[in-house]
Design a protein around this ligand. Sequence first.
Ligand SMILES: Nc1ncnc2c1ncn2[C@@H]1O[C@H](COP(=O)(O)OP(=O)(O)OP(=O)(O)O)[C@@H](O)[C@H]1O
Length: 235
Amino acid sequence: MLKIQHLTKMYGNKKAVDDLSLHICPGEIYGFIGHNGAGKTTTLKSVVGILQFEFGEILIDGKSIVKNPLECKREIAYIPDNPDLYDYMTGIKYLNFVSDIYGINEKDRNELIHKYSDIFEITGDLAQPIAAYSHGMKQKLAIISAWIHSPKLIIMDEPFVGLDPKASHLLKGMMREVCDNGGAIFFSTHVLEVAEKLCDKIAIIKGGKLIRSGTVEEVKGDDSLEEVFLELEVE
Ligand SMILES: Nc1ncnc2c1ncn2[C@@H]1O[C@H](COP(=O)(O)OP(=O)(O)OP(=O)(O)O)[C@@H](O)[C@H]1O
């Protein structure tokens, strides 16, 4: 589903991501963890075609994000770490705007918008301008807009930040559902308990380099993920 091969991304002379390779298969929830400044956001933004990179290749369902950006973007959704949406739009206008971009017909979009807005309990807020939304409400809107075109691969940067416990629980269920239906999820988090319980596989990045990856069991062995992470950080 997603192949990252030898990704290297520079900011000036600084190597933010250094020869990183990862393979994410259909059905997998893949967690991406690392210290502040480790290179997670840079990797995720490179994967979704927002950042250009110096070396390496990124393939989504066999297609290169560099050579076939539009085809790739039809198959993916990206939720950034900060839900900076269009403040002047109402929630419903934003969801229709995203639906238009992906060519979702009226019947399907209405069904999905109703379904997810009801689940996240923001149906009554959709007529409000996004400027009036709390951080968590914006995050819910960003999640709904990501799910609206039924993407095969969903990339999320710190998706649980700002969500209340009920919304976090719902999102975890939605992530699992995507994977049960043959999709895949790649997301960053600092919440190691979430990563440990939710993910099928985990990658740990440190100073731009991938230092551990595999199934949760392979990565953590008999210890907790927190113990393993903290040990790797001091090495
Ligand atoms: N636009 C930029 N220009 C220059 N350096 C940058 C830029 N964006 C990020 N960096 C640097 O690249 C490195 C990786 O940053 P990145 O945002 O990918 O880390 P991160 O793992 O997502 O961190 P966090 O957990 O704090 O979100 C850091 O050293 C950061 O200072």
